[in-house]
Write a protein of this length. Structure first.
Lengths: 110, 113
């Protein structure tokens, strides 16, 4: 089936690293995405990775892609309270709309 | 660019009333998407258009929901008659093409009493 799976909740302490995991199903996906939704707001593109890459780093964010296992992860280093949000993983099957996961709620405590 | 524009931002209505949500996509984007977000079901794709033509409406809950895109810069999502279970946040998003990066509007928070 066309399901993007994510765990629903993650709780970390300020300063720790957060790792949000995602599995997808369509190997034709050219890009894989991470979106962030802050309370009361719409989804904003956080980062994306091209399917021929294994890793992408952008400041505190590291995206890892394992194409063999269809596994995507987002690591946030030195997590801050402002990182508290819902994080959505999405795949881009060829010729059709993005498919989003249900979202992982990240809670950061001080 | 102003981004995706949605109106109204908040809507409170009574059961049985007609509700119309509006969306203006980013200029030059050919694909437009309507989503619904609730605590129970998360983010659901309702319908999407490519070049103003509806491509996939399999996510539309029932006949009470309808969507139109009369031109490249405007779309509506209508609920008639509305029911309390329609209460949710409705998002519009647009992209250059259907499989490309989507940009979301701020959402319309709908409460049906």
């Amino acid at each position: 089936g066309e399901d993007v799976e994510q765990s629903l909740f993650l709780s970390v302490r300020e300063g720790d690293s957060s790792v949000i995991n995602c599995t997808y199903t369509d190997s034709s996906s050219t890009y894989l995405y991470w979106y962030k939704q802050e309370p009361g707001a719409g989804l904003q593109l956080l980062t994306y990775i091209f399917s021929n890459m294994d890793m992408k780093q952008d400041q505190r964010l590291t995206v890892l892609l394992n194409k063999k296992d269809k596994h995507l992860s987002l690591r946030i280093a030195d997590t801050q309270t402002g990182d508290s949000a819902i994080y959505f993983c999405a795949e881009s099957p060829a010729g059709t709309a993005l498919i989003f996961g249900k979202g992982t709620t990240l809670s950061v405590s001080s | 660019d102003a981004g995706v524009i949605q109106s109204p931002r908040h809507e409170v209505t009574e059961m049985g009333q007609e509700v119309t949500l509006r969306c203006k996509p980013i200029s030059g984007h050919n694909s437009l998407f309507w989503y619904r977000q609730t605590m129970m079901r998360g983010l659901e794709l309702l319908i999407y258009f490519n070049n103003n033509v509806p491509i996939d409406d399999s996510g539309m809950p029932e006949d009470r929901f309808s969507a139109k895109m009369p031109n490249a810069s405007f779309s509506t999502l209508k609920i008639q008659p509305s029911e309390p279970r329609d209460s949710a946040v409705y998002f519009c998003a647009s992209s250059r093409d259907r499989a490309e990066t989507q940009y979301f509007g701020p959402g319309t928070r709908l409460l049906v009493l």
